[in-house]
Ligand binder design. Structure first.
Ligand code: RRO
Length: 312
């Protein structure tokens, strides 16, 4: 028997694959579909303090090797996700994640405290890779703000904290963030990386951009950014291997992507584009493919592959 279970602290995940805090995890109906799927956990939509609407369409477009989107973090506001988490925990037996995205510094501690006191979510992801104050960088690109937020939230949550990060393109930046993370032992997990923001696709026949919001600028995902994601996962592993575990958020299409990220040290992976394209069935397909591939390679457990990347 090939086993694809992953053990993290007190939790046994049935497989390494679940959904990213992106599409189709916003309403209770969508979250129930995730429960019925073979996703190993249920990630709820990243919540802001107040509800947010969608950007105008077209705001998501499939591309040859991925997708571009500019949704504008639509969600029902954190109070709804506290309510949903209660229903999910009462009815279903799967780990439940919440994700919080502050639109200002003060939103983070307020939401973390509310989830701590009023919900039974198993895990919290503090999303430092979200649009926040207009004309300011994503929080995780502002190292002072990152440090301040970590100081504000770390004592408000009594379990380990997961941080969602954007891609870093310069090793100096990775080192600087890793130094901050190392100072906060509550951070045990990194969700790494968010889509690559600020990208532009053009349709040359129509001579126009492909999505409507923000002059066509949007977040790029999937195969286009896999090498960036692999490098970020691996770089954080090199610096923080004895302090954090890494979850890759991504655009997995097949067993191959999962396996590459396990080799690079990701312990769990989250789906985005393939989830939008194929919905909940995608989890079953990828889990089955992964089992078959591991069998071919004589791995008894998916976890055994996490240590295996060779360097030349
Ligand atoms: O909602 C979005 O436009 C969006 C966000 Br905030 C994000 O962090 N990543 C993404 O792919 N889309």
């Amino acid at each position: 028997m090939t086993n694809i279970q992953i053990n993290f602290l007190w939790t046994e995940f049935e497989s390494p694959v679940f959904n990213a805090s992106g599409p189709a995890c916003t309403t209770m109906e969508e979250l129930e579909k995730l429960w019925k799927s073979e996703a190993c956990a249920i990630m709820m939509k990243s919540a802001t303090y107040e509800p947010r609407e969608w950007n105008p369409e077209p705001r998501y477009v499939d591309l040859e090797m991925g997708s571009i989107n500019s949704m504008w973090l639509p969600n029902l506001g954190y109070k709804k996700y506290i309510e949903f988490s209660e229903i999910l925990k009462q009815k279903y037996n799967k780990p439940v994640f919440t994700s919080v995205s502050g639109m200002c510094m003060g939103d983070f501690p307020k939401m973390v405290k509310e989830f701590q006191e009023n919900s039974q979510v198993d895990f919290i992801e503090v999303n430092l890779s979200c649009p926040n104050v207009i004309w300011k960088p994503q929080i995780a690109y502002d190292f002072e703000a990152t440090e301040n937020i970590l100081c504000l939230v770390e004592n408000l949550w009594d379990k380990p904290i997961w941080l969602k990060l954007p891609p870093y393109f310069d090793p100096i930046h990775t080192n600087q963030v890793a130094e901050i993370i190392a100072k906060h032992p509550k951070i045990k997990f990194l969700t790494c990386i968010n889509s690559v923001g600020n990208t532009l696709f053009i349709n040359p026949e129509k001579e126009e951009v492909v999505i409507k919001p923000k002059w066509g600028f949007g977040w790029l995902g999937w195969t286009y950014i896999k090498p960036i994601a692999l490098a970020n996962v691996r770089a954080f592993y090199k610096i923080l291997w004895n302090k954090v575990k890494i979850i890759w958020v991504g655009w997995i299409y097949s067993w191959r992507y999962v396996f590459e990220f396990l080799l690079a040290w990701a312990s769990l992976v989250q789906l985005w584009t393939s989830f939008v394209q194929q919905w909940a069935e995608v989890f079953e397909r990828i889990n089955n493919e992964l089992i078959n591939y591991l069998k071919e390679r004589w791995y008894k457990n998916a976890e055994d592959s996490i240590w295996k990347l060779k360097e030349l």
